[in-house]
Design a binder for this molecule. Structure first.
Ligand SMILES: *Cc1c(COP(=O)(O)O)cnc(C)c1O
Length: 377
């Protein structure tokens, strides 16, 4: 079986983890701060707070911006459920903004219209979470301009986009947002097993996220044993074992993204004569190619459902990103229903994610393409 995604671990990665295992601190030592400094430097952001998952980072991001009951967060329906769930953890409501049919990212045009109406109706969101789907940056300038106009915070869900660039700068600078969040789950561009990070240029957001990561507890006074709990926090810490893996992986981030890009370019070449819509790339960004997503075009003789099954049966681990979040049973129970975000739903009906990871071989890639060609005949 050729999987749709796969981590890549080297002997150096393993040695780095073993070094920490043999040291005095396997958690709360100095490897986590080193990892945070390295990520912040790579992304050209002021602060980084490493946490136990991308989901934890989204949750702390929302709390650090003061999201709570009575507030609303808007995100894209074409994302992993965590981008919306983070609001629910805070007791806030969720709504969605339909996607752009070319990039599959939140549509800045739809966002503008929805904000205008919400402003008239007195129900503006507190936070908007654009998601850099598949690793392709959203139109952040346009989205940031709208957020500024209406006084809304922005959290970039960049879980797909570590190593991507927006206008030649790394995603994560937070130049157009308040916070950027990354995930280090094994299918993402670099991994720590589980893990995530929150980046920000705002000092108070940084301080609050750091506090809430570890129970809301702070040292106080000059006696070692005195600590004070001023807020209700969590244990969302990353371990030094994980941070060692992350630091070692970060060294290879650009090389791994370059391989993903090379494989994507080859797919573009090999698939161009099939009845497929290939990934559109906007001129202002450079994708990290977390996913290579195709859509069946109108001429295709098969449905996405049957294509998925045929590919799986032939040993090709294709996947589907994403079932629109508002159609999940949990969100339908909150009042959402199919038909509300038609562009995301139409895209979902025709999309398929092909295997893409740094160590995908030319032979494997040719097998994917040949099988896809056979299935489409
Ligand atoms: C992976 C992912 C998350 C969640 O990250 P975890 O580290 O798995 O908690 C959130 N949003 C998006 C878009 C993701 O792809």
């Amino acid at each position: 079986m050729i999987p749709y995604g796969k981590h890549s671990i080297t002997d150096e990665d393993i040695a780095a983890v073993v070094d920490v295992l043999r040291s005095d601190y396997i958690t709360q030592g100095n490897t986590v701060p080193h990892f945070e400094d390295a990520i912040a430097a790579y992304c050209e952001a002021r602060h980084a707070v490493a946490v136990s998952s991308g989901t934890a980072a989204l949750h702390l991001a929302c709390l650090s911006l003061g999201l709570g009951p009575g507030d609303t967060l808007w995100t894209s329906p074409n994302t992993f459920v965590a981008s919306a769930n983070c609001a629910r953890y805070c007791g806030a409501d969720v709504d969605f903004v339909d996607i752009d049919p070319q990039t599959y990212n939140m549509s800045a045009e739809a966002l503008g219209k929805k904000l205008e109406k919400a402003d008239r109706d007195g129900c503006l969101p507190k936070i908007i979470v654009p998601v850099h789907f598949a690793g392709q940056p959203c139109d952040m300038k346009a989205i940031a301009e709208l957020a500024r106009r209406y006084g809304v915070y922005l959290i970039e869900d960049a879980c797909h986009a570590l190593g991507a660039h927006y206008e030649e700068k790394p995603v994560g600078t937070c130049e157009y947002s308040d916070i950027t969040v990354f995930s280090f789950h094994p299918v993402k561009t670099i991994t720590t097993g589980e893990g995530g990070v929150l980046l920000t240029n705002h000092d108070p957001v940084y301080e609050r996220a750091k506090l809430l990561r570890s129970h809301g507890v702070e040292r106080s006074g000059n006696r070692d044993w005195v600590y004070e709990q001023n807020d209700l926090g969590f244990n969302y810490r990353l371990t030094d074992i994980q941070a060692a893996l992350g630091l070692s992986q970060l060294d290879r981030l650009d090389a791994m993204v370059a391989l993903r890009c090379k494989h994507a370019t080859r797919y573009n070449e090999l698939l161009r004569n099939l009845p497929l819509i290939l990934p559109y790339q906007s001129e202002f960004g450079r994708s990290s190619w977390h996913l290579y997503v195709i859509q069946l075009s109108e001429e295709a003789a098969v449905t996405r459902g049957s294509l998925y099954q045929m590919m799986q049966d032939a040993g090709i681990g294709v996947n589907v990103h994403y079932i629109p979040v508002h159609t999940q049973p949990y969100y339908q129970r909150l009042g959402f229903c199919p038909g509300q975000f038609p562009t995301a739903e139409a895209y979902y009906d025709r999309c398929l994610t092909l295997p893409l990871f740094p160590t995908l071989s030319a032979t494997q890639q040719e097998e994917v393409v040949r099988t896809l060609g056979d299935c489409l005949e």
